[in-house]
Design a protein around this ligand. Structure first.
Ligand code: KAW
Ligand code: ZN
Length: 640
């Protein structure tokens, strides 16, 4: 097999050399030569990328100095390969070439960091990225008693389960001291180098380069329009949750007209509030929709969680995970104590057969959803594996993020969970519906402003609007403006809180998740129609629908071979992203939230600026309520 490849490469190389002789000063305009070049590229790229992905996998699943060096070296080798191929691709004068040849050549020309002209800069950036990722992955803040806490699962569990204001504050602050502030100087240099690379890719700055992947020139306006449509959903949920938190923490900590302290929302970044479900269920006497206790009680293992997910994919007629996947994936944190990058990810080794997931799976509902999310990435890989390497991408990055989530929208319905034995008791009435929609909203709606602001923040850093002197200040301005949250303790420019979120030190763009959270409802709506679903959208379960599966797989197979509006049209009939399906899905809950807020006298929103009187707002126990009671007591005692 390998021998045949070499033979065909030699033949095509010879043909290529002959064709090249027709090259004019302006470039080679022979399309057949370009096609042969692209085929050769494809064979070589599979070999080169396999080496670099393998080295990166070894490092990600066993962080050692040696593995880090090997991974950096392999990444540099792949960059040099990309650079060499780019030079060759630039030899072609594309006039008169077919759209497909032009599209493929274009994808060889814009090569990200590898375009850095100076080898020293490339080496510096590659090492910097690796160091930033290592710091985040290995950070473990310690208490004075010497106990140290990993992000997954230790700190994540504290943030999710504790209702102790001070304990939550410790976990929140310690994580930022451990991995946020120390990344600041590295990040400044990272921004410089990334902008240099973007310019070598003909873009003004790295934010513009990231946006160029969407093949539209107005991504900022498009996402802003979507966001504005969704703001009322978020602010109503925010007001409702603020009232519930007030009931727990009281007026010492919660101002019913103000923003919410960032550390009491059940999540390290306040990006999902699902862990507050017990406080927020509209009808607490109805059966809970939280499957975590059932997973634990039934003794589920991480492997079984993945098997349940695989079965759902297969029920749609999609491709089940291959044997290599089950043999080689890392589905839980290794028990031998070695350091690993725990943040979940899905891997394509570019050899058309090796696809893996790396996840430190915890036995929770949250992670059950993440399992489906990661499986969605691998399903995309499997579907487009026969495309040329450069088309082995999502139609746009948001599409890649949406696949598993679309399936999870069906899996999460109480009726489905009951059918597969993950919920014991399920009722089917308006109150049960609202409980379910609340759980979905705490995940999906709570996330929207965070998904939106992460890259709004970085776009401003990359284009220079946010100077280095305001890295942290501008972060918190956006957190207040969009999420309506404030830090539990004064922040300064000594801190660098954005770097306490994986995607910032790991150089992973984030607007893809915001886009995914919108389009997954469009996809869900379309697949539900294909499956013949009738009734409210939030009750739809596409389980076992071959029609839905075919509609989805036909789109996935194309990878990034066509601009995304074509893929969107194929699946939904519309060429646009829009938030209507999301709003329709949540409509009963939106009505409920508005009515509840009105009943409680709560007004959605918070002031544009917010400076708590006490610089240590919320951290030190505020004496106000106690003091008032004491005064009343003393006055009454005096009177009587
Ligand atoms: C989220 C997404 C879905 C469902 C619930 C969610 N809650 C929060 C999010 C957003 C985001 C987060 O945790 O903040 N989710 C993730 O980061 C999941 C991890 C990932 O699957 O998106 C992973 C991130 C990653 C990217 C690059 C290197 C290492 C990790 N992305 C991929 O594995 C991936 C695979 C194929 C194509 C593109 C990305
Ligand atoms: Zn993902």
């Amino acid at each position: 097999m390998a021998g045949l490849n070499w033979l065909s490469m030699a033949v095509s190389l010879a043909t290529l050399i002959t064709m090249m002789s027709t090259t004019s000063v302006l470039g080679n305009n022979n399309e057949t030569a370009a096609i042969i070049f692209l085929e050769d590229y494809n064979q070589q790229a599979m070999v080169e990328y396999f080496k670099s992905v393998s080295a990166s996998w070894d490092y990600n699943t066993n962080i050692t100095v040696y593995n880090q060096e090997q991974s950096v070296a392999a990444s540099l080798a792949a960059s040099n390969f990309d650079n060499e191929m780019r030079t060759q691709a630039l030899q072609f004068d594309q006039t008169g070439f077919s759209d497909n040849t032009k599209r493929l050549l274009g994808k060889l020309i814009y090569i990200g960091d590898a375009a850095l002209e100076n080898q020293e800069d490339l080496e510096e950036l590659t090492n910097l990225l690796s160091d930033m990722e290592t710091r985040y992955a290995t950070g473990k803040p310690c208490k004075e008693d010497g106990t140290c806490y990993s992000l997954e699962p230790d700190l994540t569990r504290i943030m999710a389960e504790s209702r102790d204001y001070q304990e939550l504050y410790w976990a929140w602050d310690a994580w930022r001291d451990e991995v946020g502030a120390p990344a600041r100087q590295d990040y400044v240099r990272y921004v410089e180098l990334k902008n240099m690379a973007a310019q070598a890719n003909d873009q003004p700055d790295n934010g513009a380069y990231w946006r160029s992947w969407y093949e539209v020139d107005n991504l900022e306006e498009m996402t802003e329009e979507l966001y504005n449509q969704l703001t009322p959903l978020y602010t109503n949920l925010h007001a409702y949750v603020r009232r519930k938190l007030y009931n727990v923490y009281g007026s010492d900590y919660i101002n019913l007209r103000g923003p919410i302290p960032a550390h009491i929302l059940g999540n390290m970044w306040a990006q999902s509030w699902l862990q507050l479900l017990d406080l927020c269920q509209p009808f607490p006497n109805k059966p809970s929709v939280d499957i975590t206790p059932v997973l634990i009680e039934k003794g589920y293992t991480p492997l079984q969680m993945f098997q349940v997910s695989d079965e759902f994919f297969a029920s749609l007629g999609l491709i089940p995970m291959p044997e290599e996947f089950w043999n080689e994936s890392m589905l839980e944190r290794p028990s031998d104590g070695r350091d690993v990058v725990c943040h979940a990810s899905a891997w394509d080794f570019y050899n058309q057969k090796d696809f893996r997931i790396k996840q430190c799976t915890d036995i929770t509902m949250d992670d059950f959803i993440t399992v489906h999310h990661e499986m969605g990435h691998v399903e995309y890989y499997l579907q487009y594996k026969d495309q040329p390497v450069k088309y082995r991408r999502g139609a746009n990055p948001g599409f890649h993020e949406a696949v598993g989530d679309v399936l999870a929208l069906s899996v999460s319905t109480p009726a489905h969970l009951k059918a597969v034995g993950l919920l014991d008791e399920v009722e089917d009435d308006e109150e049960a519906d609202l409980n379910f929609l609340m759980s979905m909203a705490l995940d999906k709606i709570a996330f929207l402003p965070f998904g939106y602001l992460m890259d709004r923040y970085r776009w401003r850093i990359f284009d220079g609007t946010t100077p280095e002197s305001k890295y942290n200040e501008d972060w918190w301005k956006l957190r207040l403006q969009y999420q309506g949250i404030i830090p539990p303790v004064t922040r300064t420019e000594e801190d660098f809180d954005p770097a306490a979120k994986f995607h910032i030190p790991s150089d992973v763009p984030y607007i893809r998740y915001f886009i995914s959270f919108v389009i997954q409802f469009q996809f869900h709506d379309a697949l539900c129609k294909a499956a013949g679903h009738v009734g409210p959208l939030h009750k739809c379960d596409i389980y076992q629908s071959r029609e839905a599966g075919t509609l989805l797989s036909d789109m996935l197979k194309k990878g990034s071979s066509e601009p995304w509006p074509n893929a969107m049209e194929a699946i939904t009939g519309s060429r646009e992203m829009n938030a209507t399906a999301l709003v329709t899905y949540f409509q009963p809950l939106i009505d409920y939230l508005e009515a509840e807020n009105e009943r409680n006298g709560d007004i959605a929103g918070w002031p544009e600026t917010y400076t708590p009187a006490d610089p240590n707002f919320g951290v030190t126990v505020q004496p106000s309520t106690t003091a008032i009671f004491l005064c009343i007591f003393i006055i009454l005692a005096r009177i009587f």
